[in-house]
Design a protein around this ligand. Structure first.
Ligand SMILES: [Zn+2]
Length: 259
C-alpha cells in the first residue's frame, strides 16, 4: 500500500516537475565521472534528481545563495549513491544546507571517560543524525573534479546518511540479512585494520588517510573512491569493492577503463 502510494506520488512529481535540458547538461558536464554512465542510467539518474529536489530543500545559509546549477550538481551526486537502490534511504531529513565556506560546528560530544569535547577546527561537510546535511560550497565545487581534489564531499556526506539509516554511522549500512551483515563486517574489519596499519606506519596511501579515523569514515571515504575512482578501490581492496558493488548494485569500474 505504502509502496503503491509512493509510486503514484513519484509519477505525479515526475509529470509535473521537470529539469530544464540545459541545466541538466551543464550539471552533468561539471561532473566528469558521469562520463561513463550509459543513456539508460542517466535517464534514471535524472528522474531521481527530480524526485530528490522535490523532496529536499537545498538552501543557502550565512549569505550563500544557492543557484539552480549548484542545487542540481549536489542532487546528482547524492542520487548516484541510490541509482539502483531507493530514495527511501534519504528519508528522515529534509534540508541540505550550503555554507559559503568551511564551518565550525557548534556541537559537543562526550567521550567514553565522560569528558565533554567541542569539535575544534572547521569542517567542509557534516551529516547530522536525523538532521540536515551541511556542505561548504567551495568544497563541493572543488570535489567535482576527482583527479584534482581526490575527494567527493557530497558522496561522502550522503554515504554517512545511508550508513545512519539503521542507527549510528558505524560503517555498516542497512543490509538485507544477518549473513550479508556478517560478511560485510568481516571484509570491512579486515580492510580497515590493514589500512589503519598502513597509515600508522607512515605510508603514503593513494586513499585519503582520513579513512583510518573510524569505521564510519572508512565507509564514507571508500564510497567516494568506489564511485569516483573505482579502479583504485578494486586494486587496493578488491573484497571491499565486491561488497560495495553488491550493496550499491553498481559496478562503476565497468564504466571506465582500467588505469
Ligand atoms: Zn565523514
Amino acid at each position: 500500500m505504502f509502496d503503491a502510494l509512493r509510486r503514484y506520488r513519484d509519477r505525479r512529481v515526475l509529470r509535473r516537475a521537470a529539469l530544464p535540458d540545459e541545466l541538466w547538461r551543464d550539471a552533468c558536464a561539471a561532473l566528469p565521472f558521469l562520463g561513463g554512465y550509459d543513456a539508460q542510467e542517466l535517464a534514471r539518474l535524472r528522474d531521481l534528481v527530480v524526485l530528490f529536489l522535490d523532496a529536499k530543500s537545498i538552501v543557502g545559509a550565512r549569505g550563500h545563495d544557492v543557484t539552480p546549477l549548484q542545487r542540481t550538481i549536489i542532487a546528482i551526486q547524492a542520487c548516484v549513491l541510490v541509482l539502483n537502490l531507493d530514495l527511501v534511504l534519504f528519508d528522515g531529513f529534509e534540508n541540505v544546507i550550503i555554507y559559503p565556506g568551511e564551518f565550525v560546528p557548534g556541537w559537543e560530544y562526550e567521550d567514553e571517560a565522560g569528558v565533554v569535547h567541542r569539535h575544534d577546527g572547521p569542517l567542509a561537510g557534516e551529516a547530522m543524525h536525523g538532521g540536515p546535511v551541511i556542505l561548504s560550497w567551495p568544497d563541493v565545487a572543488a570535489s567535482a573534479d576527482w583527479d584534482a581534489s581526490q575527494m567527493n564531499l557530497v558522496i561522502h556526506e550522503f554515504a554517512h546518511k545511508i550508513d545512519m539509516r539503521d542507527g549510528d554511522a558505524n560503517g555498516c549500512p542497512p543490509l538485507p540479512d544477518a549473513e550479508a551483515r556478517r560478511e560485510w563486517q568481516r571484509v570491512m574489519r579486515e580492510a580497515y585494520a590493514d589500512f589503519s596499519a598502513r597509515v600508522d606506519a607512515g605510508e603514503e596511501t593513494a586513499i585519503d588517510p582520513y579513512a583510518a579515523e573510524n569505521p564510519g569514515e572508512f565507509f564514507a571515504v571508500l564510497s567516494e573512491v568506489f564511485f569516483a575512482d573505482p579502479w583504485l578501490l578494486r586494486d587496493e581492496y578488491p573484497a571491499v569493492y565486491g561488497e560495495f558493488a553488491r550493496f550499491y548494485r553498481q559496478d562503476p569500474a565497468r564504466r571506465t577503463e582500467s588505469r
